[in-house]
Design a protein around this ligand. Sequence first.
Ligand code: F6P
Length: 341
Amino acid sequence: MRVGVLTGGGDCPGLNAVIRSVVRKGVQEYAFDFVGLRDGWLGALRNDVVPLDIADVRGILPLGGTILGSSRTNPFKHENGVRRIQETLAARGIDALVVIGGEDTLGVAAELSRQGIHLVGVPKTIDNDVPGTDYTFGFDTAVGIATEAIDRLHTTAESHRRTLVVEVMGRHSGWIALHAGVAGGANVILIPERPFDIDQVCAWVKSRFKFNYAPIVVAAEGAVPQEGQMILKDRSLDEYGHVRLSGVGEWLAQEISRRTGTDARTTVLGYIQRGGTPSAFDRWLATRFGLHAVDAVRDGDFGTMTALRGTDIIRVPLPDAGTRTRVVDQSLYAEFGVFFG
Ligand code: F6P
């Protein structure tokens, strides 16, 4: 059996660990033959395929990013997209796909599976917002990077008695902000799931200064003020209709400075959260996802995705495009209220 592997959507540490475990087990235990499709669904549209065997995956476990490249290409936004993918699979003799991606890439996979393409999904994203799995790989590494940054920002905030606002990624979910904010001892954590009151934020900031501590405000890029709209730098959309988020951190610093008369600065962590080597947990989870994904291919269990349920890897149906992403539960957020202010 010839199996194609592709990585789609925003990259993250751990992608290469999945590719490695899929190829190692598929070749060694099932005598599969592998090829890589370049740059996510774009490679499938363009018949852009590279060989992928054990020699190609040696040494890539700790390597960040993806050796196959990625893109935010949506085949359903391209003329004859499905037919072009079917032609690529036929021309290359590809019998099945392992699709590694977030909710956008996997939503396309769900529809292609319904149209008869044999494939299995693996949930990936630093956002940790793919429905059906307790965690996605990429998330733990991003939280570790953000937490280390917050630790560092405490000391410079204290030195200058400033508020430091840290904007983290996560798109429309607050998982990174909540986990890194709690781990980093933030005094304010703002997430998209809970529109914030800027007056309450300023009251928390003032109360920290009263105790001679400098406040750290962690804001998810998708956090929104109760009054008014999401703060955006630009309104361009990608092929899945996503707007480019960022801007809330700078807006918060300006508002805090203006309203409290104290100094505030912003650090936007941005793509640092997606770079570099995966954490040990992400290597572990990504490796397991890959092993179970190639088992599902062997079993012909197509249209499914590997998922973490507690400490077990199970198979669940691929989430349809438009399925509500996993968001932070209000009760979980409320657990940490004792630390705000
Ligand atoms: O989905 C992962 C992610 O990093 C989000 O947290 C962020 O909003 C988005 O990708 C950025 O998209 P792009 O890489 O296309 O700029």
